[in-house]
Design a protein around this ligand. Sequence first.
Ligand code: F6P
Length: 464
Amino acid sequence: MAQKSRLVVVSNRVPSPSEVSPEEGRSVPVGGLVSAVRPAMEKVGGLWLGWSGKSAGGPPQTTPDVTSLGNIELATLNLSSNDVSLFYTGFANRTLWPLLHSFTEHVVIRRDTYRAYRRINRRFAEALFPMLRDGDQVLVNDFHLFHVGEELRDLGWKGKIGFFLHVPFPPSDIFSILPWSPDILRGLVSYDLVGLHTEGYRRNLAETLESEIGGAVRDWDYFGEDGSTRLGVYHVGIDMGVFAEPAVADVDALATELSLPSSPEHQMILGVDRLDYTKGIPTRLRAFRRMLEHRPATRGKVSLVQISSPSRTRVPEYQTEKVAVDQLVGEINGQFSEAGWTPIRYLYRSYPQRELACFYSLADVCMVTPLRDGMNLVAKEFVASQGDTPGVLLLSRFCGAASSMTDAIIVNPYDVDGTAEATYRALRMSSTERRERWCSLARVIRQHTENSWSDAFHSDLAGV
Ligand code: F6P
């Protein structure tokens, strides 16, 4: 009987049983990538290689530590603190992250960080290669590991390799800012299949390949000197069951514990993000302030609960962003607070899924207003958590989710006045319109489930 091929996943972050980040010293959710990949791995099992999240002294670790997490064989590598600083904090988070999100003013170009990036990509490939078996399907994830496919080929791996980018791909004139853009693009076309979140990102990648390294894209395939690569679009989804409307008792308990407004006359707006400059938290706060200024009737009646989970705290741009957010929250609360009402409840911490579902269920409006975002699963989680009287989703046109969740109220987050007015409109929306919009959004989520994107990706990879 033919054996089904084993799924092998490679990513920088991996699921951690304790979900404790050594960086932040607190319990954190492991981010969009792990939420997207984990359900497929749990369903079929397989091998998952990534960074342990730890930095260790001594010689570089070449043989991974292996543990099991259910039916997942989890293989992890420690990195030295110098590697973490050059590869992860440096090239991944200060060069590629801003570049791919079109924040060119934040892009740092340094030769030493790119050298470390190539070195660590090679190390991941060298650690993985001896663990591979004939017939394995390898899926490399995200911008930390663009070169792993090419390095595996160099080591002699002949099997299928796919790559999925969990963040946007920018227009070619932005990507070409990077002195090593041709090198990275050649790494990308060594994969059999490259997956992106949206058709827009796919188009950007196709144009960038043609203009930076030549070759041609026809229909779904890139044809270059060394062969072809399929470029596909896959909508990452969530498991609606996990975020289904939480129990009333749990919601009430959370509202009481945090003294959240729970009376029916009081309305709550919610924001949930990693504290990242791409998420547009300051512009969201400004839009909220503008609404309080222009619509005085909302004062005392509407609160914004902003959850910001600490992220990449060693990166200077994130430290600056935190100062900006802290300051704005202070200014707005100082300007508008009244006895018994604080306009913004700012929670700088992470919450487990179960508690997030309670926040979602309490919210009348959820503001998902990133300046740029690959997909954004918060938008989907919010919709999944709504019950009979659903809240309204305000969604930035600049995130991948907006390409399918068209019945949200779509906003341009750079337009503070427009976002303020859209928020006011969302707060006043009739229950009939709320329900109609929610039904349509829930249909989209049911269509793109937590497993459908990976099923489609792996069947395409098997077919190329
Ligand atoms: O979604 C993009 C991403 O970089 C993922 O790769 C990662 O899981 C998440 O953001 C959180 O970032 P980090 O791994 O740097 O904490």
